[in-house]
Ligand binder design. Sequence first.
Ligand code: KIV
Length: 272
Amino acid sequence: MSTAKSDVKRVTTNTLRKMKVNGEKIAMLTAYDFSMARIIDAAGIDVILVGDSASNVMAGHETTLPITLDQMIYHAQSVVRAVKRCLVVVDLPFGSYQGNSRRALESAIRIMKESGAHAVKLEGGADVQESISRILSAGIPVMGHLGLTPQSIYKFGTYTVRAKKEAEARQLLSDAKLLQKLGCFALVLEKIPAKLATEVSGMIEIPTIGIGAGGDCDGQVLVSHDMFGITKEFQPRFLRRYMELFDDMKDAVGRYIDDVKSNDFPNETEQY
Ligand code: KIV
């Protein structure tokens, strides 16, 4: 029995399933730290993904590959402390689940135990089915991720749209069916043709959450730093920016510097 005390009705994996049945779209955003997660949860987001995109936007790496399990757990702990309502899903980082289902289970257990998150996400289909099954067998909900899977960037060689060709599209459809059969509760579809995402979303009962996969997915996800305009150079077609925070924050820092240098800050009322 849960001893958690909260008046807020929490989003669960079941909630997401019902949202799909009722045709209510699922909104998901990434977050990696307490303050950002607090804002995003307070705004009413359904799911926060502690994505391994933290490797790019928090640590400045070129790819998602370098981030470690310990670092993902640190980010997840910070997010979980902030959240009152939404479901928190954490990415299993590169090297923590591929090719060894026992290590996959140990990694997922560490995330759940040490961060208090509600589910894990991992990239791939048939190639990682043993890892998925083993994690699920421990009662840990798993979100799948197909299409552009950034942990395989050196296999793809480019971040371009995936599954445009018949054979890759067929493989993706088969992987989507498999992930549902294994027991995944939802599926991220990244950067695939909208028509294919429509077909997947209609074919499976678990919700699909798209990023660059068109409007027929059951939900959408963006990297919060992209939608806030903190990352400036990254401008793919699928990205809608809701703010230009890089420019606004840079401007604020400039004004602060001016105020300090001109001895305007602090003034009489800003001291003891
Ligand atoms: O790590 C991440 O932010 C992701 C999303 C792009 C889906 O996996």
